[in-house]
Design a protein around this ligand. Structure first.
Ligand SMILES: [Zn+2]
Length: 449
């Protein structure tokens, strides 16, 4: 049996990383990849992971996780969120700062970093842009940056005050960090719960128009043009916002953007059953928007698939749509949901007996990039995560079966919360091994801590 910390060889897998696709063995010693060659001959006594028929990729990086610690440990902790992450193939998570208290000071950063030291994967923290996320005064970003914070966001809400956002961008540019915006004009949200459209009219539930997102994306693109600072757009949910990001990139503005698995896979028709699990912010949009996002995803407009994993204790979700908390969990099923959707969109055969069930090498690299090296670059952790699978790099590795079809069951959830929207979704691509800094944390699909 392979145990964590041991030296071992990953045998016969298909490597998919920023270099491309190739067959090679990987030798892991003391947390590092020591060799990555067609046939590695390990010293005697080394354990083997049989990766024949499997994809070996850099470990997944989630840019957008809510871990709820400190302050709401009944919904999630750093430890339970890490378990869900490992099961989903993640070796690194970027935790959002909307905890209680907010991660908005060097003291708060030191405190959460201390807890995260014991987590079974690497947790990085985003800091808040404004104190208490109140949108009134800027935090001490440079002092938090000195502690390693690279991303700053008021996620949960966007910075409403345009002058304050301008100053934040100027400051961030000066110290080399990236701001990440949750684009939502709260005056347009106006207490809405779900997407404003045909479904909200039928259900009689107050809606959130696409414009609530689009106006802030448009506003912030103008600020980026003015200031020249980097800006990352969180969870883009409308086709029009995706088009604006595409145009901004074509113009050369320094922007990046993420899309969530749920906005790619699910639409607001899911709310017809009044199930509050599908209430999320930004809301699940119409199928037209969803397909627009899918085209943008396939066309390379986005830079990352990010989960916006937002665990909520049952009490916060088991109520009416308008009362229920926004948010759903995603770490365990995110990759399976996106690959499942890719199979549906490409109308791939269920079983064709081939290694990747009809996906080309190019499609595999494209898919894996959104989960690995692209988000790692945005988080500025690409020296440790999302690296090429070559000698000398840290052994942060995920191994998955690209053809396995599966369903997520409530009993499988490792998160402290059960608000997953994927129980009825066909998932493709099962994570079998997750290796964090050389230590095997998931083996044959089972946790191994
Ligand atoms: Zn958000």
């Amino acid at each position: 049996m392979v145990k964590k910390g041991l030296n071992y060889v990953i045998r016969g897998g298909t490597l998919v990383d920023a270099i491309g696709v190739r067959r090679a063995d990987i030798l892991v010693e003391d947390g590092l990849i020591r060799a990555s060659e067609r046939e590695v001959k390990p010293p005697k006594g080394y354990q083997e992971i049989d990766a024949r028929g499997l994809v070996v990729s850099p470990g997944f990086v989630d840019l957008h996780t809510h871990l709820r610690e400190p302050g709401n440990e009944g919904s999630e902790t750093m430890f339970t969120g890490s378990l869900a992450g490992i099961s989903g193939g993640y070796t690194a998570l970027v935790a959002m700062p909307n905890t209680t208290p907010t991660i908005d000071s060097p003291e708060a950063v030191r405190y959460v970093q201390q807890i995260a030291k014991d987590a079974p994967l690497d947790i990085y923290f985003a800091g808040a842009i404004t104190k208490g996320r109140l949108g009134e005064s800027l935090t001490e970003m440079s002092k938090m940056a000195d502690l390693g914070v690279k991303l700053f966001t008021d996620d949960g809400s966007g910075v409403q005050d345009v002058q304050l956002m301008r100053r934040a961008l100027e400051f961030a540019k000066g110290i080399g960090v990236t701001l990440a915006q949750h684009c939502e004009d709260l005056r347009l949200t106006n207490g809405g719960s779900i997407n404003e459209g045909a479904i909200s009219s039928i259900l009689g539930v107050a809606g959130i128009p696409n414009a609530a997102e689009d106006v802030m994306v448009a506003r912030d693109l103008e600020l980026v043009r003015l200031v020249g600072a980097r800006l990352h757009f969180l969870h883009i949910s409308t086709a029009h916002s995706a088009e604006m990001v595409k145009a901004a990139k074509a113009e050369g503005l320094p922007v990046t953007a993420e899309v969530t698995p749920h906005h790619l896979v699910l639409s607001d028709s899911k709310l017809m059953g009044f199930n509050p699990v599908f209430k999320v912010n930004p809301p699940l949009r119409s199928d037209t928007d969803r397909l627009g996002l899918w085209r943008a995803f396939q066309g390379g407009v986005f830079d990352a698939v990010a989960t916006d994993h937002a665990p909520h204790h049952k009490e916060l979700k088991d109520t009416t749509i308008d009362q229920a908390a926004f948010g759903l969990i995603g770490l365990q099923a995110s990759f399976g949901a996106v690959l499942g959707e890719l199979h549906r969109q490409l109308d791939l055969p269920q079983e064709d007996g081939s290694f990747s069930s009809g996906l080309s090498d190019e499609q595999l690299v494209h898919l894996v990039s959104f989960f690995t090296w692209k988000p790692a670059r945005i988080a500025q952790i690409d020296d440790i995560h999302g690296c090429q699978l070559v000698a000398g790099k840290p052994a942060n590795i995920t191994i998955f079966d690209p053809t396995a079809r599966w369903r997520l069951a409530e009993a499988d959830l490792l998160s402290k919360s059960q608000n997953s929207p994927y129980f009825d979704t066909d998932l493709v691509g099962k994570i079998l091994y997750t290796i964090v800094n050389g230590e095997l944390k998931l083996k044959e699909g089972e946790l191994c801590l």
